[in-house]
Ligand binder design. Structure first.
Ligand SMILES: *Cc1c(COP(=O)(O)O)cnc(C)c1O
Length: 400
């Protein structure tokens, strides 16, 4: 038996079976590359769902976490620590918001946005007690908590976990008229992803986000953008909303904010919205901790110093135009923005997972989603030669 199989058996014996990973066991990583326990090298084309935009183990971020580990661990928010404030200032300046509330995982940032919207709805908009409604989109992915999966339309995500938390209304994605019709006097917020990543990189029509921004403003409804996957340069701008100047009232971030080293998330907003949170009304033991704060500052440094937004824009447009040249009858659609791309295959071409297995044999790790779609989202530090190699492999595997 191989080392790989031993480790997979161990995972299967002692772990819950809530994932079905590709049979590869990774034990080392650097930049856009990972190595398995047998020493085989792969190009990472998932980037932990865009949590490693800066590349694996970026030296600047590794240095920051090591230095912080020698100084201070955890204080909780019962006391101040000397790093959190610098982190929040840096994040607010980077994103162009006044204040931020630090959490750890993406789902916690989403829960923070939901709580903020409801409280704002009652205290500022005058929605009657317990009547606040939040509009969301079909095929959304916002995380795995009970409340969040309650408004998922993916049966795998929500079936068996009822009763669903009330107060959510689901409308079609990329349909601004549906939004206008769904808004009522008790609507507190519209929660939406600027590109639906987990749904298979669904890019809305041009103008959708700016239309949504206008409709929310006209109706005094908060626009909450979940940029946990699309944020931090992935789509070719610092944030995806910047393609259309559709600045949200509440911005939810996570994943790459932790530079692939540590879970760090946050909700950002204007002061007059965030002030609905009073001492004791929301929080997290680990949110804003010094280790995460130091990592996030370094993660933002890398995005800015290496101009990863421009890099994602440039390499992304090149990548998509090269993929479009494949010209295989198996390909139904190729879509994406920046370095968040997907190839959707026709049903007759067979399941996307079998292509992911082939790609793995050829040294590329990519993830299938929703049966027919393969997502390609390499770390943004990938260089042109590495990308060219990936394109040749992908073209061969899909074309054959
Ligand atoms: C990954 C993701 C989340 C959830 O983040 P976790 O850190 O897994 O809780 C929420 N929204 C979007 C768009 C995501 O991609």
């Amino acid at each position: 038996m191989t080392k790989t199989q031993d480790i997979i058996d161990l995972d299967n014996e002692f772990g819950a079976h809530n994932y079905k990973p590709l049979p590869v066991v990774i034990s080392r990583a650097e930049g856009p590359w990972v190595w398995d326990v047998e020493g085989t090298r792969y190009l990472d084309c998932l980037s932990a769902y865009s949590a490693v935009n800066q590349g694996h183990r970026h030296p600047h971020i590794v240095r920051a976490i090591k230095e912080q580990l020698d100084k201070l661990d955890l204080t909780s928010r019962a006391f101040h620590n000397d790093v959190m404030g610098q982190f929040l200032k840096r994040l607010c300046e980077y994103a162009g918001f006044e204040v931020a509330l630090p959490m750890n995982t993406g789902a916690e940032a989403v829960e923070t946005g939901i709580k903020l919207a409801r409280k704002w709805g009652y205290e500022k908009k005058g929605i009657p007690k317990d009547q606040a409604e939040i509009i969301v989109c079909s095929e959304n992915f916002h995380g795995r908590t009970t409340t969040i999966v309650g408004f998922s339309t993916d049966p795998d995500a929500h079936e068996g976990y009822g009763p669903r938390t009330p107060g959510f209304r689901i409308i079609p994605y990329d349909d601004v008229h549906a939004l206008e019709e769904a808004i009522g006097p008790n609507t507190a917020a519209f929660l939406v992803e600027p590109i639906q990543g987990e749904a298979g990189v669904k890019v809305p029509s041009e103008g959708y986000l700016s239309d949504v921004r206008r409709v929310c403003t006209e109706n005094n409804v908060l626009l909450i953008l979940d940029e946990i996957q699309t944020g931090f340069c992935r789509t070719g701008k610092k944030f995806c909303f910047m393609h259309e100047n559709a600045r949200p009232d509440v911005l939810l971030v996570g994943k790459a904010l932790g530079g692939g080293l540590y879970p760090v998330s946050a909700a950002l907003a204007a002061r007059d919205k965030m002030e609905v949170f009073k001492p004791g009304t929301h929080g997290s033991t680990f949110g804003g901790n010094p280790i995460g704060a130091a990592v996030a500052i370094a993660a933002l440094d890398v995005l800015e110093n290496e101009k990863l937004d421009e890099r994602a824009e440039e390499l992304g447009s090149y990548f998509i135009s090269e993929l479009r040249k494949i010209g295989s009858s198996k390909v139904k659609e190729i879509r994406g923005k920046g370095l968040l791309l997907a190839v959707e295959l026709h049903k007759e071409a067979g399941p996307a997972r079998s292509y992911c297995s082939r790609l793995k044999e050829e040294g590329i790790l990519a993830k299938d989603t929703h049966g027919q779609t393969i997502r390609f989202a390499p770390p943004l530090v990938i260089d042109k030669d590495e990308l060219d190699w990936a394109i040749s492999v992908i073209s061969r595997v899909i074309g054959e």
